[in-house]
Design a binder for this molecule. Structure first.
Ligand code: SF4
Length: 483
């Protein structure tokens, strides 16, 4: 479930169907709920003692917005800097071209084994199946990514690919696929993975990574991680291939000062990433480790189109921290696989329709309550609710057949409800009266402090309780100044 599919051959993403299936899996619900809760708490605890946070966010936003406004200049500078440092640069217009570049490098260097570190961009271009189809052995070395690879699944979170798995599930998987003893202590499971992966690191002839940032000024590729596996992938094999979306460039090394802070803090609440690798060119004479060749693949794959779209350009500011996933009530229930792409959560609901086309992913912008929590946490201040609303408008404009003529993607019940809401919300008197009527109508269904089931809104109460109405409205409070 949830395998990313290349844009050109994708079918419609069935978010509703996949989310409905996810809602019936209590283990998945529990695993995701616990993890995102922990990340949110860690982040909140650290930020409560950081008065600089808002200034850092503004700085990070400004760096990304400035870079996007001059992207051609900085990409050209990056190309020259990487070549100047001894690396090689390849430009890929789309996923197929990017895959072919990596395959061609593997063929030319007679590569048989590849070690990879976590990378959303290589998942976006569906690299692993192409490499495996060519007879290459590909091993994911990030623990979470390794788990989902063993399970034959895809990552369901940018930062924590196996967020949907419980420890007993991982223990069973390792016992079955690695022949490891059936233990459930995380340390022993990690040890089993380490023993297996150590061999893979030593045997790999090519290392493939993503790129968190690429510095135009120096040609430095920057990779954040928490396990040290990316450092092995970039230093042990003789060829290193780094695949980056073209929006990952930053102008100067100094720009990283703020990015080094906001990315890990937003991702997991960590004050800094455990490992940050700065890679400038291949191994130089006299150096003891590092690859003989460094290849940087710069991927467009629809990004130029987004850059030229003034309403949506802001989406390219994303630094893939995952914070918007961690606070999204829809992601927490549906999980990452429901989004049908490596990009999930609120930013996935924006990026996937942009990359893959609104015809294929038109349901995704509607997979949001528009509560605004994503925009509040985003370290580069992307206005995700605005982007989602814009895409909703476009999805309606692209509706096929009769729906296109009437521009009515929703059923009559919802249309009626929205009309009634509009009528009530445009008059203080009507608003007050409808509140009283609704409170009285709901009262017979209250059990304790919530409403577990309603004869209407049944799809809502199938998976969660409806909140009980308060005994009186705030506006009825005699101490209120409201009319
Ligand atoms: S949209 Fe913002 S919060 Fe979400 S992953 Fe991107 S940078 Fe992080």
């Amino acid at each position: 479930m949830g395998a990313p599919v290349e844009p050109s051959d994708s079918g419609q993403i069935d978010f509703r169907g996949a989310a409905r299936r996810a809602l019936t899996d209590p283990l998945r619900q529990g695993a995701i709920g616990l993890a995102v809760h922990t990340f949110r708490q860690n982040r909140a605890a650290v930020l409560s003692g950081l008065p600089e946070w808002e200034a850092w966010r503004e700085q990070a936003r400004a760096i990304k917005a400035h870079t996007l406004a001059h992207l051609d200049v900085y990409l050209d500078r990056l190309d020259r800097s990487v070549r100047g440092a001894g690396g090689q640069v390849h430009w890929a217009a789309d996923a197929a071209e990017a895959r072919e570049i990596v395959l061609d490098l593997a063929r030319r260097h007679k590569i048989r084994r590849i070690a990879k570190s976590k990378s959303s961009t290589t998942s976006e271009i569906v690299l692993n199946p192409a490499l495996e189809a060519a007879g290459l052995e590909v091993t994911e070395t990030d623990l979470g990514e390794f788990i989902v690879q063993l399970a034959g699944e895809e990552s369901s979170h940018f930062v924590v690919p196996a967020i949907h798995k419980t420890t007993p599930q991982v223990a069973a998987l390792f016992a079955e696929r690695l022949g490891a003893p059936r233990v459930e202590e995380p340390e022993r499971l990690t040890q089993a993975a380490r023993v297996h992966l150590r061999e893979k690191f030593l045997a790999a002839e090519m290392g493939v990574t993503g790129v968190n940032f690429a510095v135009a000024e120096t040609g430095t590729i920057v990779v954040f991680e928490n396990e040290g596996n990316a450092r092995m992938v970039t230093s042990l094999p003789r060829i290193h291939v780094a695949v980056m979306g073209m929006e990952k460039v930053v102008p100067r090394l100094a720009d990283l000062a703020v990015m080094l802070r906001v990315l890990p803090l937003s991702a997991t609440g960590a004050r800094m990433a455990e490992y940050v690798s700065f890679l400038t060119g291949p191994r130089r004479p006299g150096e003891v480790d590092g690859p003989d060749e460094l290849h940087l693949v710069i991927l467009d794959n629809g990004r130029s189109r987004i850059l030229g779209d003034p309403e949506m350009r802001e989406a390219l500011q994303c630094i893939r921290c995952g914070a918007c996933l961690n606070v999204c009530p829809v992601y927490a229930r549906a999980g990452g696989h429901a989004y049908g792409s490596i990009y999930s959560g609120p930013i996935g609901a924006v990026l996937t329709p942009l990359y893959r086309g609104i015809d294929h992913a038109g349901e995704l912008p509607f997979a949001s309550t528009l509560c605004g929590a994503c925009a509040e946490v985003c370290p580069v201040k992307i206005d995700l609710p605005r982007l989602l609303l814009t895409l909703r408008r476009r999805a309606v404009e692209h509706l096929p057949g009769r729906a296109a003529r009437t521009r009515r993607p929703v059923g009559w019940v919802e249309r009626l409800a929205m009309r009634a809401f509009a009528l009530a919300a445009t008059s203080a008197r009507r608003w007050g009266r409808s509140g009283r009527v609704l409170r009285a109508a709901l009262r017979p269904f209250v059990r304790g402090s919530s409403i577990p089931a309603l004869p209407f809104l049944t799809r809502w109460t199938r998976y969660r309780h409806f909140p009980a109405p308060p005994p009186s409205a705030f506006r009825d409070d005699p101490t209120s100044n409201e009319p």
